[in-house]
Ligand binder design. Structure first.
Ligand code: NIG
Ligand code: FE
Length: 400
């Protein structure tokens, strides 16, 4: 067991508002100035003002030279198990075409044609790309296989990089089931669920126009719950519908996108433990109107921000990019956006060990090449994550 001390922290975001040394004005972020962190090769042991660091406990000290430290990002929504890209579709969209769920089928064809080795390598490449930008906890879905064999091997590839694996057999109805959606739903909740449930923690459905309706979604999520999975779902991305309230009714951990939400939807989310996960990369890359974050926050809903990395609607792994867009275009305060991308993501994954730097939390943290977390939005497009520490080990960045 090695105990590491990090000193020279201009601003430490703990996400622990009860921290003894937190600045009162910093609210939920629990910011400590001129701080230090002590961690072992797993957990946070102590945080506080550098002047009070119990340095005799440390085996080694790293001086961060006046940089800000924030919890590692928790990206609770990604679709990493795919092959090919859809840059032509993106270019056509930027020339005026609109986005629809139908493009998913072209990625399904590429994914089915990819070997297990290539699929696993592609998931690993994207997970590493996310880590370099500060994502220390990552969820990923299947959903581009859409056959028993291809969904199962998609989840196997996902599980090589994260335990937060989500079975999304109900992404769209694949081409071979065209005109027979009920037959496909029967496959998803039958043989496909049997094959995939042992590999997943979560079950997800794309409940929207061109994908699955509320009745189909209810049947699939309920079957998944009976198989021991916890529900989360895509709803309200392309059109309003009953998906958001269905998610709340079923006790889903999160409803994701929430771009089209009625007052009743917002009220239902606010009165529940279901997190509203907003995915600004999708609106950015489909040139759609952003979800109304201010309305959700004003109502008291718990809001998460995630990247939604996928080849169709949001081909980014960058949480700093999503924070910048959420601040600039969704009118979230920099503090709200950072909280949503850390503690909010943890809530969406029902995790209490990540998304904050309280004593006992996973020692997953980011050193920013900036004196303040506000720079994440203030300096858009600049790679500010200087180093990434996971479980108390530096996994990205050089020794100082
Ligand atoms: O979350 N909305 C459904 N799934 C993805 C898009 C998938 C695709 O276009 O390939 C999303 O945006
Ligand atoms: Fe998605």
């Amino acid at each position: 067991m090695t105990v590491t001390a990090l000193t020279g922290i201009s601003q430490l975001v703990t996400n622990d508002p009860t921290h003894e040394y937190a600045e009162a004005a910093s609210g939920p972020l629990g910011v400590v100035r001129d701080a230090a962190v002590l961690c072992d090769d797993g957990r946070v042991l102590w945080t506080g003002p550098a002047a009070a660091l119990p340095s005799s406990m440390a085996d080694g000290v790293t001086d961060l030279g006046g940089r800000a430290v924030v919890p590692g990002f928790v990206d609770s929504h990604a679709h990493l198990a795919f092959a090919g890209d859809r840059s032509d579709e993106f270019a056509a969209r930027m020339a005026g075409e609109s986005y629809s769920a139908g493009g998913i089928r072209s990625t399904v064809a590429h994914t089915r044609a990819a070997s297990d080795v290539d699929l696993a390598a592609s998931v690993r490449r994207l997970a590493d790309e996310a880590l370099r930008q500060g994502t220390t906890t990552l969820e990923s879905k299947s959903g581009y296989g859409l056959s028993v064999h291809d969904e199962r091997r998609s989840l196997e590839a996902v599980r090589a990089v994260t335990t937060e694996a989500t079975f999304l057999g109900a992404h769209v109805v694949p081409a071979e089931f065209a005109g027979r959606p009920d037959d496909y739903v029967a496959l998803v909740i039958g043989e496909m669920l049997d094959a995939c449930a042992p590999l997943a923690r979560w079950i997800d459905v794309f409940c929207d126009v061109g994908a699955f309706d509320v009745d189909q979604t209810r049947a699939i999520l309920t079957a998944g719950m009976a198989a021991g999975l916890t529900p989360r779902l895509h709803a309200g991305q392309l059109a309003p519908g009953g998906g958001i309230q269905l998610g709340v009714e079923l006790g889903a951990a999160s409803v994701d996108h929430v771009t089209h939400a009625s007052d009743d939807d917002v009220e239902a989310l606010a009165g529940s433990t279901t997190v509203a996960t907003l995915l600004p990369g999708a609106e950015f890359s489909t040139r759609a109107a952003y979800p109304d974050a201010r309305r959700l926050l004003a109502a008291g809903a718990t809001v998460a921000l995630a990247a939604d990395c996928n080849p169709g609607s949001s081909y980014t792994t960058s949480i700093p990019f999503c924070i910048a867009v959420a601040v600039r275009d969704m009118h979230m305060a920099p503090a709200e956006a950072l909280w949503s991308a850390t503690a909010g993501g943890a809530a969406a994954l029902r995790r209490t060990d990540v998304g904050h730097l309280g004593v006992g939390a996973a020692a997953d943290l980011l050193v920013l090449d900036a004196p303040s977390y506000v720079h994440l939005a203030y300096r858009p497009g600049v790679p500010l994550v200087e180093s990434v520490w996971r479980a108390g080990q530096r996994v990205v960045g050089r020794e100082r």
